[in-house]
Design a protein around this ligand. Structure first.
Ligand code: ADP
Ligand code: MG
Length: 322
């Protein structure tokens, strides 16, 4: 049993952060404007509350079954940039395999809310939730990794590290979803770890969350050829540590780990003065090149057809291959 669930959940769930990330992505896919995240590392707990469009009873019957997804229109073959985060119907199934999972939901336009409880990927309960009045979904994950003692112990042994990773994860998602309000609370210390309120422009949000030094140095960027669009903010290369630390790249709003794209951007920016826009830029990467002294800060989102890239080379889905 443990080996089976470890194989399955290993695909996408390493820790509390990946659980939170998957739940928040589901909330965003449901069009939420408010997402509240509650975590407890010691108790291996996560709860995500959203005001998205909710799940109907018929939908809820299938939710948590492996490969059950309502997002099949957005398969990776789709040639559109506006896909959803989910498409494989694996997250809730994997989570229910390694925890006690509870889903409380009410779909818009429906009279009743419903509650489903799952454990070990089996449905323990599904019925009307009389207490549920508001449209939206709450997903509660209890006893995470109850059947994977090593993973559980590893997670519990470094609560600060885990919380830090969760904060970073929610922050990265919040930055690129400036119209959504996010809240992150540690239920054990009752500390509010993060709060963002809906901002009309990403810059207003960046100003509040990344500090004035970085945000004042940023220039807006918006380039599109009709199919591929690059938007966001970039600073001139400089030596400020705060600025250098702020190098964020997203593809279709999904955060990308530091890698070749960042190296390329840094290289291009450090050669900025000798860059002739009329000429083709040599984008071949010479990794042996010495690290440039002065680097830009950037917050860039590339919107492009999903068929142009693959994020699933690596389980964390933060490495991209074009
Ligand atoms: P995927 O996101 O790839 O479809 P998941 O396992 O994450 O797979 O979710 C399964 C399904 O459950 C989703 O397709 C969606 O229909 C439903 N769902 C999950 N979370 C929510 C939510 N917060 N709001 C509305 N529907 C949700
Ligand atoms: Mg999902």
């Amino acid at each position: 049993e443990a080996a089976r669930s470890s194989m399955r959940s290993g695909v996408i769930l390493y820790d509390l952060t990946s659980v939170v990330e998957e739940l928040v992505f589901n909330s965003l896919d449901a069009g939420a404007t408010k997402v509240s995240v509650f975590v407890g590392v010691g108790t291996c707990y996560a709860k995500v509350v959203d005001d998205g469009f909710g799940i109907t009873r018929d939908g809820l019957v299938l939710v948590g079954e492996r490969y059950a997804t309502s997002k099949f229109d957005h398969s990776p073959e789709t040639d559109s940039a506006s896909g959803s985060f989910g498409f494989r119907g694996e997250a809730l199934a994997s989570i229910s395999d390694v925890s006690l999972l509870e889903i409380l939901t009410k779909a818009s336009g429906r009279p009743n809310g419903y509650r489903k409880v799952m454990k070990g990927c089996k449905c323990l309960y599904l019925g009307i939730d009389d207490d549920r009045k508001d449209v939206g979904t709450t997903v509660v994950v209890r006893d995470l990794f109850y059947n994977q003692p090593v993973r559980r112990k590893y997670m519990q042994s470094s609560p600060k590290k885990v919380l830090h990773a969760v904060i970073k994860c929610v922050h990265r998602i919040a930055l690129v979803h400036s119209k959504v309000s996010f809240k992150l609370i540690d239920i054990e210390s009752e500390d509010e770890l993060l709060r963002t309120i809906s901002s009309p422009s990403p810059l207003a949000l960046l100003k509040r969350t990344v500090g004035i030094e970085v945000s004042t140095a940023l220039h807006e960027l918006n380039i599109s050829d009709g199919k591929i669009e690059l938007s966001g903010y970039i600073s001139s290369p400089c030596n400020s540590l705060a600025i250098k630390a702020f190098q964020y790249v997203y593809i279709n709003s999904r955060f990308i780990c530091k890698g070749p794209i960042h190296k390329l951007l840094n290289q291009l920016a450090s050669n900025f003065e000798c860059w002739d826009p009329g000429k083709d830029v040599d984008v071949s990467l010479n990794m042996k090149r010495s690290r440039p002294q002065s680097l830009p800060a950037y917050f860039l989102n590339l919107s492009c057809p999903q068929s142009l890239y693959d994020l699933t080379f690596e389980p964390s889905k933060t490495y991209v291959e074009f």
